[in-house]
Design a binder for this molecule. Sequence first.
Ligand SMILES: [Mg+2]
Length: 299
Amino acid sequence: MTTIGVDFDVPLHAYSRGWADGTIYDEPTPGGFDALRQLMADHAVFVFTARDTYQTALWLKGHGFDVQLDAAGSDGIWPKFWNTRDRILVTDRKLPAVAYIDDRGIRWTSWPQALADLETSLLLFDRDEQLRALRAAQDPFISSEQYLQALHDARRCAELERELEAAKFEIRHLRAGESDQPAPEGVAPTPEQWIHWWNRATPDERTTMVNQIFASAATAATCFEMNHRWSLERLDRLTNALRILDQVPSIAARAMFITEAHENLGLGASFETVLAYAAARVILTETTPSASAPSESSR
Ligand SMILES: [Mg+2]
C-alpha cells in the first residue's frame, strides 16, 4: 500500500480569488475529482491543507467523497500513517507519503537547482496573486479563457526572465577579466585589453588571429628546438674536451695545454675552440710518440 498526499487549494479547489477571507468559496478544479478518484483506486490518499480541516472535509463530503477528519484516537495518540483506501483523510499535518502533489512544491534534487526553481516560483506567485486580484476585481469581465491565457503568459514570462538571468550570468562570466581601455597605437595590448578585443571580434577576425597565433607558435617552437639542439651539441663538445683534459694528471700540465692553445689560436678564439684545440693536443701527445707535450723547455 502506497500513500499519496494531495494539496487542497488549486489542485482540488479552484482558488481563483486566492485565500480571500479563508472560507472555501470556489468550484472544484476542472479534472481534480477525476484525478483524485484515479489515485484512490491504487493508493491511500490524504488531502492536506492549511485551511480549517473540518470545513475542507465538509466540502469534499458535499462533493460525494467518503472522508475522515484527522484526529487523535481515543488513546489521545495521533495516527502516524494513513493506509486506508477508498476514504480520504483530511489533515493539516505532513504525513509520510511516497509523493506529494502540490501546486507550490519545489522538487528538490540539489540545492542550486532548488534555489533556482524557487526564484521562478516566487515570480510566478507574485504574478498569480496579481492576476487573481485582477480577476476578483473585474469578475465577470475577464473570462476563464482570458485568465488562463494571462496565467500562461505570466508563466512564460517568468521562464524568459530566468533564461535572461542565465544569459546575463554567462555574459558576465565571458567578460570577466576584460579591460575596456584601448591599447595606445603601436603598443602591445595587455591580456585584459586583448580579452576585451577578442570578445568583440568578428568570426573572421578571430580566425585570422588564431591562424597568426598558430604560425607564431610554430616559429617559436622551431627557434627553441634549433637553439636547444645547438646548445646541447656545444655542451657535448665542451664536456668531451674537458674529459680529455681531465686525463692529464698534473694541473700545471693541463694549464700548459690551454696556454699553448691560446697562443696558437690568438685571443679572439672562443673558449670552446681553445678547449677543443687543447684536447686535440692531449690526444696527439698520447698517441703519437714524436709529438711532445708543451713544456717550459719547448717554448
Ligand atoms: Mg495549493
